[in-house]
Design a protein around this ligand. Structure first.
Ligand code: PLP
Length: 424
């Protein structure tokens, strides 16, 4: 049981200290003891603990946060819709896109393109967009029309002797073939995480995102950037789409939006999408969608303060500098006998453990090697996450050079001790 947090550390009931190497669930950017967020929540609780945004009502924190999001996100994204979780946000995106195409008189344009191993949430529509078999199995998902394209991870899905550039070209060809086979008039949107995180930390190959963006523009397909993990500086750039050089029509943010001190997600989207919906409601009926907690005043007050802290302390710059140090440090383990690939960008990293480095042969899943390494991490005082046999790191954005060096050192000990355990 974790009972307390301070800075980048959490403590269990026995008082043992751990570096939270995954920021909880990739989310606690400002660390676990930020008094300004506690104060912002307290003040808002006293002033107006709850109000909604229905029926021409609004309240200040949600309006201020929406303005801040429009200011921070790339040009052209200037409308905001709040939900409480990333899953609800992606369900909302599906409904927005469908409503929009109904309003534009093209009801057949409803299908989504996503990727295998992508993660977009767990509710019925967002879980359908997710491309992980265990999130579909026994839930009768996908329940919406979605096609999952090949996961853009060169190490695992590149063919033998295929260069990264050739891999990108093959993925783009596949995407275009699917669009042409299905008919662009049936495809509403492409959704992807700029860097796929929860599926195993997989940065895209060079040229992938500009190529996908060009295909979307050519075929009038909306581009949705799921920035629930990458947003607000994780990769050392303001947003994942900025990092990889593309401009979405819709961006989904959460987690680091409030550093997860309060549940909140925000969809930031273009006027084009907004107008297609708003201009047509008089004709086709209201956009009947929203939640009791949409734009919750306490959550949005905390979100606004959190974004101010990120800016004032230059945490995005810190993520770029500390991220480069962490990536460099971890890459020293590329030669470790257990490590197949070290990958990542900024403050997100993954180390894939393999049974055979030369052939990339994975371990037999029955042995649960990733889990063994994860548990060794607890003994070493470093909480990471094992996605199968990939160890994922995403420490708070406040990390210092000393913290990063300690994370890298502990990871080295985890690898050595796991190798010793396997050799026994
Ligand atoms: N999208 C991405 C990229 C995520 O990583 C997650 C959660 O990890 C979600 C959506 C779903 O968010 P939530 O767990 O808040 O529903």
């Amino acid at each position: 049981m974790i009972s307390r947090g301070e800075g980048i550390h959490v403590y269990d009931e026995a008082g043992k200290q751990y570096i939270e190497g995954l920021s909880g669930l990739w989310s606690v950017g400002v660390g676990f003891s930020e008094p300004r967020l506690v104060e912002a929540a307290h003040k808002q609780m006293q002033a107006l603990p709850y109000y909604h945004s229905f029926a021409h009502k609004a309240h200040e924190p949600s309006i201020r946060l929406a303005e801040k999001l429009v200011e921070m996100t790339p040009e052209g994204l200037d409308r905001v819709f709040f939900t409480s979780s990333g899953s609800e946000a992606n369900d909302t995106v599906v409904k927005m896109v469908w409503f929009m195409n109904n309003a534009l008189g093209r009801p057949e344009k409803k299908k989504f393109l996503a990727r295998t191993k992508g993660y977009h949430g767990i509710t019925v529509a967002s879980g359908s967009l997710t491309g992980l078999p265990y999130n579909h199995m026994h839930f009768d998902l996908p329940a919406i029309p979605v096609m999952h394209l090949t996961c853009p991870h060169h190490y695992r899905f590149g063919q033998e002797d295929e260069s990264e550039a050739d891999f990108t070209a093959r993925l783009l060809k596949e995407a275009e073939e699917v669009i042409e086979r299905e008919g662009p008039e049936t495809i509403a949107a492409f959704i992807g995480e700029p860097l796929m995180a929860a599926g195993g930390v997989m940065p895209p190959p060079e040229g992938y995102w500009p190529g996908i963006e060009a295909l979307c523009r050519k075929h009038d397909i909306l581009l949705v950037s799921d920035e629930v993990i990458c947003g607000f500086g994780r990769l050392g750039s303001s947003f994942g789409c900025v990092h990889y050089g593309f401009t979405p029509d819709i961006m989904v943010t959460s987690k680091q939006l409030t550093s997860s001190y309060m549940p909140l997600a925000a969809i930031v989207f273009s006027k084009k999408v907004y107008d297609a919906i708003a201009d047509n409601t008089a004709r086709i009926g209201t956009f009947g969608h929203g939640f009791t907690a949409s734009g919750h005043p306490v959550a949005t007050a905390v979100g606004l303060e959190n974004l101010h802290i990120i800016e004032e302390r230059d945490l995005i710059g810190n993520a770029a500098r500390m991220g480069a140090r962490m990536q460099d440090g971890l890459r020293a383990y590329a030669d470790h006998p257990l490590v197949g690939e070290v990958r990542g960008a900024g403050l997100i990293a993954g180390l894939e453990l393999v049974a055979d480095k030369a052939t990339k042969r994975p371990f037999d899943p029955v042995g649960r090697v990733g889990l063994m390494a994860f548990e060794t991490g607890h003994e070493e005082g470093l909480i990471c996450r094992n996605v199968g046999d990939t160890l994922a790191l995403c420490p708070p954005m406040i990390v210092t050079e000393t913290d990063v060096d300690e994370i890298v050192a502990r990871m080295g000990r985890i690898l050595d001790r796991t190798a010793e355990r396997l050799a026994r």
